[in-house]
Design a protein around this ligand. Sequence first.
Ligand SMILES: [Zn+2]
Length: 228
Amino acid sequence: MDNLSFVGVRFGRLKVNRIATKEEDSHSNGVHVFCECDCGITILIRLASLRHGYTKSCGCLKRDMQTKYRSASGDPACWGRIYRVWRGMMSRCYRTTDKDYPEYGGRGINVCRRWHEFVNFEADIGNRPDGTSLDRINVHGDYEPQNCRWATPVIQQRNRRSNRLFEFNGEKLTFAELCQRHSIAESTLRNRLDKGMNLSDALMFPVRKRRVKHARKNHGSHHQTRSS
Ligand SMILES: [Zn+2]
Protein backbone atom coordinates (compact mmCIF):
# COMPACT_ATOMS: atom_id res chain seq x y z
CA MET A 1 0.00 0.00 0.00
CA ASP A 2 1.35 3.38 -1.01
CA ASN A 3 2.23 5.61 1.94
CA LEU A 4 0.37 8.47 0.29
CA SER A 5 -2.83 6.48 0.43
CA PHE A 6 -2.81 6.88 4.23
CA VAL A 7 -3.27 10.62 3.96
CA GLY A 8 -6.71 11.47 5.29
CA VAL A 9 -7.11 8.09 6.97
CA ARG A 10 -8.23 8.04 10.59
CA PHE A 11 -6.66 5.94 13.35
CA GLY A 12 -8.58 6.39 16.59
CA ARG A 13 -8.43 10.09 17.40
CA LEU A 14 -5.69 10.70 14.87
CA LYS A 15 -6.12 11.73 11.24
CA VAL A 16 -3.14 11.56 8.92
CA ASN A 17 -2.43 15.00 7.43
CA ARG A 18 0.64 14.38 5.34
CA ILE A 19 3.83 12.37 5.01
CA ALA A 20 6.84 14.00 6.67
CA THR A 21 9.63 15.07 4.32
CA LYS A 22 13.24 13.93 4.73
CA GLU A 23 14.13 17.36 6.11
CA GLU A 24 11.37 17.25 8.71
CA ASP A 25 11.98 13.67 9.73
CA SER A 26 15.33 12.71 11.22
CA HIS A 27 14.16 9.24 12.26
CA SER A 28 15.64 6.27 10.50
CA ASN A 29 13.01 3.73 11.54
CA GLY A 30 10.50 4.07 8.75
CA VAL A 31 8.10 6.57 7.35
CA HIS A 32 6.66 9.23 9.67
CA VAL A 33 3.49 11.19 9.21
CA PHE A 34 1.96 14.34 10.65
CA CYS A 35 -1.36 13.63 12.30
CA GLU A 36 -3.95 15.89 13.73
CA CYS A 37 -5.55 14.68 16.93
CA ASP A 38 -9.22 15.31 17.73
CA CYS A 39 -8.06 17.46 20.65
CA GLY A 40 -6.40 19.84 18.16
CA ILE A 41 -2.76 18.90 18.66
CA THR A 42 -0.61 17.92 15.67
CA ILE A 43 2.02 15.25 16.21
CA LEU A 44 4.70 13.50 14.17
CA ILE A 45 4.37 9.74 14.42
CA ARG A 46 5.70 6.59 12.81
CA LEU A 47 3.23 5.32 10.25
CA ALA A 48 3.79 1.70 11.26
CA SER A 49 2.80 2.56 14.81
CA LEU A 50 -0.55 3.80 13.53
CA ARG A 51 -1.07 0.86 11.24
CA HIS A 52 -0.44 -1.63 14.04
CA GLY A 53 -2.78 0.18 16.39
CA TYR A 54 -0.11 1.14 18.93
CA THR A 55 -0.97 4.81 18.75
CA LYS A 56 -4.51 6.15 18.70
CA SER A 57 -4.10 9.69 19.95
CA CYS A 58 -1.54 12.36 20.80
CA GLY A 59 -1.59 10.97 24.35
CA CYS A 60 -4.87 12.59 25.35
CA LEU A 61 -6.75 9.29 25.09
CA LYS A 62 -4.74 7.66 27.86
CA ARG A 63 -5.03 10.79 29.96
CA ASP A 64 -8.78 10.83 29.51
CA MET A 65 -9.10 7.16 30.39
CA GLN A 66 -7.08 7.67 33.54
CA THR A 67 -9.30 10.56 34.55
CA LYS A 68 -12.45 8.62 33.82
CA TYR A 69 -11.29 5.66 35.85
CA ARG A 70 -9.84 7.60 38.72
CA SER A 71 -10.81 6.52 42.18
CA ALA A 72 -11.97 8.84 44.96
CA SER A 73 -8.42 9.07 46.27
CA GLY A 74 -7.30 10.55 42.96
CA ASP A 75 -5.18 7.55 42.00
CA PRO A 76 -5.86 5.71 38.76
CA ALA A 77 -8.66 3.32 39.56
CA CYS A 78 -6.75 0.22 38.48
CA TRP A 79 -4.48 0.62 41.49
CA GLY A 80 -7.27 0.08 43.97
CA ARG A 81 -8.76 -3.06 45.49
CA ILE A 82 -12.27 -1.93 44.66
CA TYR A 83 -11.38 -1.79 41.00
CA ARG A 84 -10.39 -5.45 41.09
CA VAL A 85 -13.70 -6.28 42.76
CA TRP A 86 -15.55 -4.37 40.05
CA ARG A 87 -13.58 -6.05 37.28
CA GLY A 88 -14.27 -9.46 38.82
CA MET A 89 -17.99 -8.72 39.04
CA MET A 90 -18.17 -7.59 35.40
CA SER A 91 -16.17 -10.61 34.33
CA ARG A 92 -18.37 -13.12 36.18
CA CYS A 93 -21.46 -11.63 34.60
CA TYR A 94 -20.32 -10.90 31.05
CA ARG A 95 -17.16 -12.79 30.14
CA THR A 96 -18.32 -16.20 29.01
CA THR A 97 -14.79 -17.58 29.46
CA ASP A 98 -14.75 -16.67 33.17
CA LYS A 99 -14.71 -19.86 35.25
CA ASP A 100 -17.52 -18.46 37.40
CA TYR A 101 -19.64 -17.27 34.46
CA PRO A 102 -22.01 -20.29 34.57
CA GLU A 103 -22.98 -19.37 38.16
CA TYR A 104 -23.49 -15.68 37.33
CA GLY A 105 -23.97 -14.38 33.80
CA GLY A 106 -24.98 -17.87 32.75
CA ARG A 107 -27.79 -17.80 35.32
CA GLY A 108 -28.99 -14.41 34.18
CA ILE A 109 -27.30 -12.38 36.92
CA ASN A 110 -26.62 -8.87 35.63
CA VAL A 111 -24.81 -5.78 36.73
CA CYS A 112 -27.14 -2.77 36.75
CA ARG A 113 -26.54 -0.20 33.99
CA ARG A 114 -25.25 2.39 36.45
CA TRP A 115 -22.54 0.09 37.69
CA HIS A 116 -21.14 -0.56 34.24
CA GLU A 117 -19.18 2.62 35.02
CA PHE A 118 -16.58 1.93 37.67
CA VAL A 119 -16.88 5.39 39.24
CA ASN A 120 -20.58 4.83 39.97
CA PHE A 121 -19.92 1.45 41.52
CA GLU A 122 -17.22 2.92 43.73
CA ALA A 123 -19.39 5.84 44.77
CA ASP A 124 -22.33 3.59 45.70
CA ILE A 125 -20.57 0.72 47.42
CA GLY A 126 -18.02 2.73 49.42
CA ASN A 127 -14.72 1.54 50.85
CA ARG A 128 -14.28 -2.12 51.53
CA PRO A 129 -13.79 -2.88 55.23
CA ASP A 130 -10.98 -5.37 55.92
CA GLY A 131 -11.99 -9.01 55.77
CA THR A 132 -15.07 -8.45 53.67
CA SER A 133 -16.00 -9.06 50.08
CA LEU A 134 -18.83 -8.08 47.80
CA ASP A 135 -22.06 -9.84 48.68
CA ARG A 136 -25.48 -9.89 47.11
CA ILE A 137 -28.23 -9.89 49.74
CA ASN A 138 -30.52 -11.85 47.46
CA VAL A 139 -28.26 -14.30 45.66
CA HIS A 140 -30.80 -14.69 42.86
CA GLY A 141 -30.76 -10.93 42.29
CA ASP A 142 -28.55 -8.65 40.23
CA TYR A 143 -25.56 -6.59 41.21
CA GLU A 144 -27.23 -3.29 42.06
CA PRO A 145 -27.04 -0.80 44.92
CA GLN A 146 -30.05 -2.12 46.86
CA ASN A 147 -28.81 -5.70 46.66
CA CYS A 148 -25.12 -5.35 47.44
CA ARG A 149 -22.97 -4.79 50.49
CA TRP A 150 -19.58 -5.65 51.89
CA ALA A 151 -19.90 -8.73 54.05
CA THR A 152 -17.67 -11.08 56.02
CA PRO A 153 -17.47 -14.77 54.98
CA VAL A 154 -19.66 -15.76 57.95
CA ILE A 155 -22.44 -13.42 56.92
CA GLN A 156 -22.10 -14.49 53.31
CA GLN A 157 -22.42 -18.14 54.19
CA ARG A 158 -25.50 -17.47 56.26
CA ASN A 159 -26.86 -15.38 53.43
CA ARG A 160 -26.28 -18.08 50.84
CA ARG A 161 -28.19 -20.49 53.04
CA SER A 162 -30.99 -18.07 53.63
CA ASN A 163 -31.27 -17.60 49.88
CA ARG A 164 -31.12 -21.29 49.14
CA LEU A 165 -34.35 -22.76 47.89
CA PHE A 166 -35.85 -25.31 50.26
CA GLU A 167 -38.08 -28.00 48.92
CA PHE A 168 -40.78 -28.88 51.38
CA ASN A 169 -44.21 -30.43 50.81
CA GLY A 170 -43.67 -30.09 47.09
CA GLU A 171 -42.99 -26.37 47.26
CA LYS A 172 -39.76 -24.57 46.56
CA LEU A 173 -39.35 -21.69 48.99
CA THR A 174 -36.62 -19.40 50.16
CA PHE A 175 -35.60 -19.59 53.79
CA ALA A 176 -37.61 -16.47 54.57
CA GLU A 177 -40.70 -17.74 52.77
CA LEU A 178 -40.41 -21.08 54.48
CA CYS A 179 -40.34 -19.41 57.89
CA GLN A 180 -43.29 -17.25 57.01
CA ARG A 181 -45.32 -20.18 55.69
CA HIS A 182 -44.73 -22.19 58.85
CA SER A 183 -44.96 -19.28 61.26
CA ILE A 184 -41.54 -19.80 62.68
CA ALA A 185 -38.95 -17.15 63.43
CA GLU A 186 -35.94 -17.26 61.10
CA SER A 187 -33.60 -17.29 64.10
CA THR A 188 -35.42 -20.28 65.58
CA LEU A 189 -35.26 -22.34 62.40
CA ARG A 190 -31.63 -21.35 61.88
CA ASN A 191 -30.74 -22.47 65.42
CA ARG A 192 -32.50 -25.78 64.94
CA LEU A 193 -30.79 -26.50 61.63
CA ASP A 194 -27.47 -25.50 63.17
CA LYS A 195 -28.09 -28.10 65.87
CA GLY A 196 -28.48 -30.74 63.16
CA MET A 197 -32.23 -31.13 63.21
CA ASN A 198 -33.68 -32.18 59.87
CA LEU A 199 -35.85 -29.67 58.07
CA SER A 200 -39.16 -31.41 58.69
CA ASP A 201 -38.59 -31.75 62.43
CA ALA A 202 -37.21 -28.25 62.67
CA LEU A 203 -40.39 -26.88 61.12
CA MET A 204 -42.82 -29.08 63.02
CA PHE A 205 -41.32 -29.04 66.48
CA PRO A 206 -43.52 -26.69 68.47
CA VAL A 207 -42.09 -23.34 69.28
CA ARG A 208 -41.93 -22.75 72.98
CA LYS A 209 -44.62 -20.21 73.68
CA ARG A 210 -43.44 -16.86 74.77
CA ARG A 211 -45.66 -14.77 76.92
CA VAL A 212 -47.56 -12.64 74.46
CA LYS A 213 -49.18 -9.48 75.61
CA HIS A 214 -52.73 -9.30 74.37
CA ALA A 215 -53.66 -6.20 76.25
CA ARG A 216 -54.26 -3.51 73.71
CA LYS A 217 -54.12 0.10 74.59
CA ASN A 218 -57.49 1.63 75.27
CA HIS A 219 -58.38 3.77 72.31
CA GLY A 220 -60.71 5.92 74.31
CA SER A 221 -63.29 3.17 74.44
CA HIS A 222 -64.48 1.53 77.61
CA HIS A 223 -64.15 -1.85 76.04
CA GLN A 224 -61.92 -4.09 78.05
CA THR A 225 -59.66 -6.39 76.06
CA ARG A 226 -59.74 -9.19 78.52
CA SER A 227 -59.90 -12.67 77.14
CA SER A 228 -63.17 -14.33 77.80
ZN1 LIG B 1 -5.09 14.51 21.46
